[in-house]
Design a protein around this ligand. Structure first.
Ligand code: URA
Length: 201
């Protein structure tokens, strides 16, 4: 397993990540909201965690820059989050060997990338985490509850004391073309802004 104990900064973590080529695919690390300065002491508001980069992300070198990313940008406007970082569970691009299409990371890939994700959370120390989709939600919560139920009941989890909110992956919403996500996102906005203790668990 990859050792991250000596890593002290996001820059060092990003450099380590680029050397991790076990799966032979291209690697994409994280991206921050405009104006977010890693070197200032402002606490990060939200760390958004998706699944894995796809072809668009590899081409641009940043997470969520394709169709899913466009939808995520719409959500971010409604969420009114000041500063955020967007990342993925798997930093490498999983490709189906036969169809060459994007695919979900498998269990080995998820396990391989876990120490990097955990270190990323430790270094960024966000006020909130937003897990987008099943892979991210299950990696951080170990919950076996269906993601739909978790979202509908506004269930909240914690990772090392950091509140975790869960929502559908943008690609899932895109596949279900007429799903009205706006009320869900507005409700997420409200929940982000609620003080601990007032939130419905
Ligand atoms: N889907 C993801 O989960 N992550 C990306 O970066 C792009 C699409």
């Amino acid at each position: 397993m990859i050792q991250t104990q000596k890593i002290k900064t996001i820059k060092e973590l990003s450099e380590l990540t680029k050397t991790m080529d076990k799966f032979g695919n291209e690697i994409v690390f994280e991206r921050a909201s405009e104006g977010y300065d890693y070197n200032k002491n402002t606490r990060l508001d939200v760390l958004i965690i998706g699944e894995a980069p796809g072809y668009d992300e590899v081409r641009i070198g940043k997470p969520f820059v394709g169709r899913s990313g466009k939808l995520l940008e719409e959500w971010l406007k409604l969420l009114e989050i000041k500063n955020f970082v967007i990342t993925n569970v798997s930093k490498s691009h999983p490709i189906d060997p036969i169809t060459k299409k994007n695919r979900r990371p498998d269990i080995d890939e998820i396990e391989y990338w876990k120490p990097i994700l955990y270190k990323e959370i430790e270094l960024l120390n966000p006020k909130h985490i937003l897990c987008l989709g099943d892979t991210s939600y299950r990696t951080l919560t170990n919950s076996s509850e269906s993601i739909t139920k978790v979202i509908k009941t506004e269930q909240k989890f914690y990772y090392e004391g950091i509140p975790i909110f869960v929502y559908f992956h943008p690609s899932y919403i895109l596949r279900n073309g007429n799903y009205d996500w706006k009320p869900d996102i507005l409700s997420l906005n409200r929940r982000f802004n609620q003080k601990e203790g007032q939130i419905r668990l």
